[in-house]
Design a protein around this ligand. Structure first.
Ligand code: XMP
Length: 310
């Protein structure tokens, strides 16, 4: 792929589409939304308003880290605290697709629609990539960022037009464009992280207590495996409980699953053969978390499993 040409084309198209209007975008710090942010910053300058929406589902320190990193790149990012709104939308929901729907609604109809009104924007820029569209259209999983492809008319439903400059690229293409744009490796090679964020790492209802737990488990797994070179690694909190012993007493505790996968594009994935000592070290640290008394390593490839549990 000719990255320089792709960048030129998208910058020109964004300029032409947005004209003298304002565009907004939501940056998560993932490679897709980061590339959209930089392309649009080049194309639109101060006509672009970029927001990081803290939905309570982010990893440890993530909102501040992303805002700092883009400040260094010369792109101002406004942090929006929407934690309460997302947590109350997720309250009582256990079904995975309903959780995704609650997040979609809070994100597009709630926070973004309000930001569009406040900034007077007519356009929303989106990091949708080809794989998101294909998987959604095939009915495998409704990615939370798919709207027009499943018949949602955003102008009528939310009051803004969606532009998707990356919709012809797959992940490897986006990573190449990210490097060509000068994004640091920590972004261009960043491990995939699901749009529904840590809510995808909790089976069952999302609560603040479970989020705090899965956030700590995620930090342990990411810290331990950071140099393992795998495609994706993370922790998931199950809904089931198991019997254990803590302080000489019986405890009906929580179960955390660790997943570490090799893959090229997430369509198929195999399990990483991690060293036993590494697994023991992760397990020891995870069962030291309050209320957790089991740590499992999942050996199931995709298919028949998916990478995530939710
Ligand atoms: P699955 O679980 O379907 O995941 O094997 C495939 C890859 O996609 C990520 N994933 C998502 N990414 N929005 C995203 O942007 C989502 O709703 C979503 N769900 C899963 C997952 O982490 C894996 O890399």
């Amino acid at each position: 792929m000719d990255c320089a040409r792709f960048i030129r084309q998208q910058v020109d198209e964004l300029r032409e589409s947005v004209g003298n209007d304002i565009a907004i975008n939501a940056l998560s710090g993932g490679v897709d939304s980061s590339v959209v942010t930089l392309l649009a910053h080049r194309a639109l300058g101060s006509k672009l308003k970029t927001f990081f929406i803290d939905n309570a589902l982010m990893r440890e320190g993530e909102p501040q880290r992303v805002v700092r990193l883009f400040a260094k790149l010369g792109v101002p990012v406004t942090l929006v605290d929407a934690r309460k709104e997302f947590l109350s939308a997720l309250k009582g929901i256990t079904d995975p697709e309903e959780k995704r729907q609650a997040i979609t609604d809070s994100f597009y109809a709630g926070v973004l629609a309000r930001l569009v009104k406040k900034t007077g924007a007519r356009f929303l820029l989106h990091g949708t990539i080809l794989t998101d569209i294909e998987e959604t259209v095939a009915g495998i999983k409704r990615q939370h960022n798919i709207l027009s492809q499943i018949g949602i008319k955003t102008e009528e439903a939310y009051g803004y037009t969606v532009l998707e400059p990356l919709k012809t690229l797959r992940k490897d293409g986006v990573r190449k464009v990210a490097s060509a744009l000068g994004l640091p490796r920590e972004i261009s090679q960043r491990m995939p992280f699901p749009g529904p964020a840590l809510s995808a790492r909790i089976v069952g209802e999302v609560t603040e207590e479970k989020l705090a737990l899965v956030r700590k488990a995620t930090a342990i797994v990411e810290g331990e495996l950071t140099s393992c070179g795998a495609f994706q690694y993370f922790a998931t909190l199950l809904e089931d409980r198991a019997t254990g012993i803590r302080g000489g007493k019986r405890e009906f505790g929580r179960i955390v699953v660790v997943r570490c996968m090799e893959s090229k594009d997430a369509r198929k994935a195999t399990v990483t053969r991690l060293p036993w000592e590494k697994l023991k070290s992760i397990s020891r640290r995870i069962v030291a978390l309050p209320g957790v008394n089991r740590c499992l390593y999942d050996l199931t490839p995709k298919p028949p499993a998916t990478i995530e549990y939710v």
